[in-house]
Design a protein around this ligand. Sequence first.
Ligand SMILES: [Cu+2]
Length: 322
Amino acid sequence: MKTQTNLSTFKTIILLLLNISIVVSMQSCKSDKKQNKSEDASIVKDNIINILTENMDFQMADTIPSGWNTFRYKNASPQTHFFLIDKYPEAITLDSVKARVLPPFDNGMKLINEGKTEAGFAEFGKLPAWFMEMKNLGGSGLISPGLVAETIVKLDPGYYIIECYVKMSNGVWHTSMGMAKEVIVSETNSGNVEPKADIEITISSTDGITFNDTISKGQHCFSVFYKDQIVHENFIGHDINLAKLEENANLDEINSWMDWSNPKGLIEPAPTGVTFLGGVNNMSEGQKGYFTVNLEPGRYILISEVPNPASKNMLKTFVVPE
Ligand SMILES: [Cu+2]
């Protein structure tokens, strides 16, 4: 669709919106604490980092431990969300992002929604150079209203921004409505060890989503390994979202909805008959994140938030038997 330059710029932006998903009780994916006790309890209770969205917000601690952390994201709002973790270059703050990154995105999306695609993408050329240096470090996949997504990722100490860039029904980014929050990851390590998964997913630009689709009902811990990461046509990288499909779900509709650069994509309302259950948001090549979920019997989909995921082998369905 656009030039390489535009692609790069955009990619970075999208990566901003990192989110994390949640689960109810995790057995297999428990990120156990080591024997040595740490003082993190003053920062994070029960070894879990809770994030709550009620109205275009991220309610959570301002400071969290470094190392492996379980993020439990409760979506108590009527909209579909995710959280994505962004790491900008030193000295770039949320204020910088609001001043230099959100305006080009707001203006660009507005033009695209008006059918002025070329002019819309041109807006992204106004993004600052440092936007291209932003990295994504995971977060949850999409999570439907009223549900909890649980995602486990590892973070180094530093300054991060978490965001959600799903769009409201009028086409405005959630990011611009308040879903961007700064988070400090402290030098204090959580002491948690890397979880053990019982279902391993690998995602890459060449092979798409690969996994063993013989999956039983009940509690599971999925790992997501980013064998590579690239900039797709809409400037963003691939990720993993899990959803349950009802009888009336339409795969073509879901496939086209996963592209934010489509005026009808990544926007409320979410596709009919689809309940998003979380996943692992964008990461860099070689990284691995985890998510936990309790699966009832039924039909499910693993899908990436990229343009036409089916064409990239990034739309895979599976059935959980009784
Ligand atoms: Cu959102």
